[in-house]
Design a binder for this molecule. Structure first.
Ligand code: R5P
Length: 331
């Protein structure tokens, strides 16, 4: 069978979709950092809220035939963030965009992934349906609460991992990290913890945890050995820091030496900052998938640190745009 290769011509070249990145209001510094890494300006758009609380979005440049990436993380106010993204996708499609990718660094509704009590919604699936209905052709996200949430989407998507960033961070601040123990706060995070332990060449431990309410958890046992060792706690997110407090307390009570924490999403809701400020840990680091206001960093008693994942998102966007492999970014 013969394969013919068409020579590229100026006409074909000119038909290549331009790469354009836009952002909603939820995390513009991350979107700007992604654009800086890509070497392109952040697209111009604006969002306004009417007095009746309705939103309107407006692109201030042409999107025609463009390869459009819209960066919007699902952080407080989450409902507005989702609605704004839906409107931006819809407006982009109406403006004849060639392809629209929803870039959602933190997909908060991934925590709602099963019917674990009667008469509730599986919101992780519902939001995926809404994004597709609005016209998203692809999605790009990072560290879903459970990886199988990816399956709620029928459109193609890429699920980035922050494991490499978290483990490199631990190695940079604790040179003998290989002598430490990576501690998973619950069974759900054991796979992630195990991957990071392999990257650090360290030990691994896990807590058997029971969630009592939105803000309270109860640890039942620690499986593994943390006595006299540096402990690295890793998780997908910190919300109220209830899980984190219990994890640190049990590790300390069993003789852990220094405790370092790194998670992908630093949501820091409700009592989180107060809890972290008085927590017996050296540092709590999270990636910039969620924008942490300066006031929260200042109130954390020097505990909070922010890790930059903009280069990872920029590389993924660049590879998606050119049709190159995204998985190679993790090898
Ligand atoms: C739970 O399964 C997750 O992995 C996190 O541990 C949890 O979402 C953190 O929530 P919070 O900080 O409110 O305990």
């Amino acid at each position: 069978m013969s394969v013919s290769h068409r020579a590229s011509s100026p006409v074909l070249e000119s038909r290549r979709s331009p790469l354009l990145v836009f952002a909603g209001q939820s995390n513009r510094p991350l979107a700007q950092a992604i654009c800086d890494n890509l070497g392109i300006p952040l697209g111009k758009s604006k969002t306004e809220k009417f007095t009746n609380d309705n939103l309107i979005v407006h692109y201030e440049e042409s999107l025609r035939e463009g390869d459009i990436f819209i960066v919007q993380t699902f952080s407080n106010p989450v409902s507005d963030s989702i609605m704004e993204l839906l409107l931006m996708i819809d407006a982009a499609k109406s403006a004849s965009a060639g392809r629209v990718t929803a870039v959602i660094p933190y997909y908060s509704y991934a925590r709602s992934d099963k019917k674990d009590s009667p008469r509730i919604s599986i919101a992780g699936r519902l939001v995926a349906d809404l994004l597709q209905e609005a016209g998203a052709d692809r999605f790009l996200t990072m560290t879903l609460h459970s990886p199988q949430v990816h399956g709620f989407f029928k459109i193609p998507g890429d699920h980035l991992s922050a494991d490499m960033v978290l483990s490199q961070h631990f190695k940079s601040i604790v040179p003998d990290a290989h002598n430490g123990v990576v501690l998973a706060p619950d069974a759900g995070s054991i796979k992630r913890a195990s991957q990071i332990a392999r990257r650090l060449d360290s030990g691994l431990a896990m807590i058997d945890k029971e969630r009592l309410s939105d803000t309270e958890v109860r640890p039942r046992a620690l499986i593994g050995d943390v006595e006299g060792r540096t402990v690295f706690i890793v998780d997908d997110e910190i919300s109220t820091a209830g899980s984190l407090v219990e994890t640190v307390n049990i590790a300390r009570s069993l003789g852990a030496k220094d405790v370092y924490v790194a998670v992908t999403h630093g949501v820091y809701s409700g009592p989180a900052i107060q809890r972290i400020a008085s927590l017996d840990v050296t540092q709590v680091a999270s990636c910039n998938t969620v924008l942490v206001p300066e006031e929260k960093i200042a109130a954390s008693n020097g505990k909070l640190a922010v890790l930059d994942v903009a280069p990872l998102f920029a590389n993924a966007i660049s590879n998606i745009h050119t049709g190159a492999s995204v998985s190679t970014l993790f090898t």
